[in-house]
Each structure stands twice: as structure tokens, then as C-alpha cells.
Write a protein that binds this ligand. Structure first.
Ligand SMILES: Nc1nc2c(ncn2[C@@H]2O[C@H](COP(=O)(O)OP(=O)(O)OP(=O)(O)O)[C@@H](O)[C@H]2O)c(=O)[nH]1
Length: 349
């Protein structure tokens, strides 16, 4: 008689949350934490620049089943390019925690390509211990409806006329499409900013981009229950061929199409005046994303300021800790060549 087969130790499921800059990934994850029903979660949060805003927002959630020390921030580069140095060690650290997580959620930077990250799950060091439960792509419905990711018709026309020097793709569109093409579930977010007809149009756009059948769920403020988001059972690392990418034929890719920089400001007197200035700068310089914490004179709380394109929101998220320096720090992301000096001048003036 054969000896009974020892059951393989169950792999820890990991959910990758992708989506372009400002689509609503952090908002969705906050909701997910709130509806996880005590399931022990851990988070890996990656940001493109070297200033972590999202990790800080999530740490301030104070959810018991996802304590602060189960949140790892990878803020020194894009997760898809720093797999060996950052991602695999971060995953190993989380798996080694005394109270090992039951599920790991990974928020990628808005500029990250998810496919290299899914591929990383085949690395020998982690392959037997973790699996990609699913890739969730969060879509900024308002940005898609406004044609943010559409090809520039003028440029397409010039390409068609055979000017080889213009033979490149629209970088925004490439990143957006790569994220959709890798998804097991698409969350069409910011439905509050769309009419029903516009939302239908965005959904058609998504279906056109993704050749295989992928479920699209509409929502606002990322309000989707953890029970829907977790447990997709996709094992995406075994299914890479079904997830085409614009970068499939490149040995390496880079993020040279985008610039990220930080603007430091002193404490401000008037938050509304600052937001007016930010809005003006975002419109004038076609800024893709602004986010950061701001110190306001006389206020014990820090102000979280967020801008996606020219749409801004702000709220006081928590009190400044006694050991923190009360200062204002904003991360700004735009396409390559964005006028950093001009933006600084507008904001500092
Ligand atoms: N109107 C509206 N705003 C939203 C919605 N979801 C998120 N936002 C806002 O959009 C901004 C960006 O949301 P985040 O959750 O930080 O987006 P993100 O994808 O994590 O951003 P990055 O990590 O910088 O790429 C914030 O100001 C949110 O409050 C929504 O459904 N409707």
C-alpha cells in the first residue's frame, strides 16, 4: 500500500491591486480592511517616488486584523523593477511573522506594470509558499470617460503618415492597458462622477481592451466587500500567457516616460488658497497626480491633500504626532519633461 500523501502546505493567497495613478486603489483597500471580518491581513504598499503617502494613510486606519507592523512600504522604486531587492524579501518578512497573515494584499504604484510582479511569484524562494489569488484593476471611470488614456488622434495620424520618429505609443495608455490586460476583476470606480451612459461607455471601452471575459464591477469610493475581492482563486502566476503586455518582448522596461518629484513647503495659513494654487498648477502643467500631507497654522491635525488631474480633495486625517516635524510635503507626478521649476514657482510663490 502506498504511504498517504502528505498534503502540500496551503499557499498564502495574495491579491494584487493595480490601477493608474489616483484611480482609487488606497480607497478600495481601506474599504477592504474594514470589511475583512477579522481575517488576518498583511499589506505591501508600493509607491513610485521615495515618499510614502499611501502606506501612511493605510497605517492610520487602525484596523485590528491588520496592525501597523503588518503593513510594509516599498517606496524606493517601482515594485515591478525591484522584485529581488525589495518585493521577495518583504514577502518573506511577512510570512515569517509570528501571526502569519491569512491573506496578503499588494497595492502597486499607479505606474507599475502588474505582469512582472505576477511573474515574480514563480521565483523559487516563494513559489511554494504564495499564490496570486487575483489581480484587481481599479479604473478611474471619470478619467477614462474624459479620454485620458485614449490615443492622441493627431499623433496616430502622423504615425500613419509614416513619420518614424513618432513611432511610439502613448505612455499613459500603455500603462493603463497593461494593468487591465492582467486583471481577473476590474473595478470601475468613481461611478459617482459618471452618468449611466458614460459608465456604459467606459465599460465597453474596458471590454474592448481586454480580449478575455473579465468581470467588471461598478462602484464609488472603492466600496466593494472583501468577500468579493478576496478568494478569486486565479493562481495568476500559472496563467501568464492569458495576460498580454505591451512589454512582453522587452528584457527590461523602465519608467522614463514619467517624472516624480517632491515639493516641500512651510506650514501654510490658508488651505483653500493652497488648493486653488495646486489646481492652477495642475491645469497649467498637465499634472497627473499630487498628494501629500500639509501643516496648517494653528491646526493640531495634518491635512491630507489629494489631486488627480485637476480634481482635488482634502481632509484632516490625524493629529501630528509629538515627534513629527510639522511641515508640508507634496509628491507630484507628471509625464516626462514636466516643468518642475515652473510648478515649484507657482506653489512657492
Ligand atoms: N469622486 C470620487 N473620488 C474618489 C473615488 N475613489 C477615490 N476617490 C478620490 O480619488 C483620489 C485618489 O484616491 P486613492 O485611493 O488615493 O487612489 P490611488 O489609486 O491609491 O492613488 P495612487 O496610489 O496615487 O495611484 C482621492 O482624493 C480619493 O478620495 C470615487 O469613487 N469617487
Amino acid at each position: 500500500m502506498n504511504a498517504p500523501v502528505k498534503p502540500e502546505t496551503a499557499k498564502v493567497p495574495c491579491t494584487i491591486v493595480t490601477g493608474f495613478l489616483g484611480a482609487g486603489k488606497t480607497t478600495l483597500i481601506r474599504n477592504l480592511l474594514a470589511t475583512a471580518n477579522g481575517r488576518r491581513l498583511a499589506l505591501i504598499v508600493n509607491e513610485f517616488g521615495d515618499v510614502g503617502v499611501d502606506g501612511d494613510i493605510l497605517k492610520s486606519c487602525g484596523i485590528e486584523s491588520c496592525p501597523e507592523d503588518a503593513i510594509v512600504e516599498l517606496a524606493n522604486g517601482c515594485i515591478c523593477c525591484t522584485v529581488a531587492d525589495d518585493f521577495v524579501p518583504a514577502l518573506e518578512t511577512l510570512l515569517a511573522r509570528p501571526n502569519a497573515p491569512e491573506h496578503i494584499v499588494i497595492e502597486t504604484s499607479g505606474l507599475a506594470l502588474p505582469k512582472p510582479l505576477v511573474k515574480a511569484f514563480n521565483w523559487p524562494a516563494i513559489r511554494s509558499r504564495v499564490t496570486v489569488d487575483g489581480v484587481i484593476a481599479v479604473v478611474d471611470g471619470a478619467a477614462v470617460a474624459a479620454g485620458r488614456f485614449a490615443d492622441d488622434p493627431e499623433e496616430l495620424k502622423r504615425q500613419a503618415e509614416g513619420d518614424a520618429s513618432l513611432d511610439h505609443d502613448n505612455p499613459l495608455e500603455e500603462v493603463y492597458e497593461d494593468q487591465l490586460l492582467c486583471a481577473d476583476l476590474v473595478v470601475l470606480n468613481k461611478a459617482d462622477l459618471l452618468s449611466a451612459g458614460e459608465a456604459d461607455g467606459v465599460e465597453k471601452d474596458i471590454e474592448k481592451t481586454v480580449p478575455r471575459a473579465v468581470k467588471v464591477v461598478r462602484t464609488s469610493e472603492g466600496r466593494i466587500d472583501a468577500a468579493v475581492l478576496l478568494g478569486l482563486g486565479a493562481a495568476a502566476e500559472n496563467d501568464l500567457e492569458a495576460r498580454p503586455s505591451h512589454h512582453d518582448h522587452e528584457a527590461e522596461h523602465d519608467h522614463d516616460d514619467f517624472d516624480t518629484f517632491v515639493v516641500d513647503l512651510p506650514a501654510i495659513r490658508d488651505a483653500d488658497a493652497l488648493v486653488r494654487k495646486l489646481k492652477a498648477a495642475a491645469e497649467e502643467h498637465d499634472i497627473l497626480r499630487i498628494k501629500g500631507f500639509v501643516a496648517v497654522d494653528g491646526k493640531p491635525m495634518r491635512l491630507l491633500v489629494q489631486g488627480v488631474g485637476a480634481r482635488f480633495s482634502q481632509h484632516f486625517d490625524r493629529a501630528w504626532a509629538p515627534e513629527e516635524t510639522r511641515s508640508s510635503r507634496l509628491v507630484i507626478i507628471g509625464e516626462k519633461g514636466i516643468d518642475q521649476a515652473g510648478i515649484r514657482k507657482t506653489l512657492e510663490g
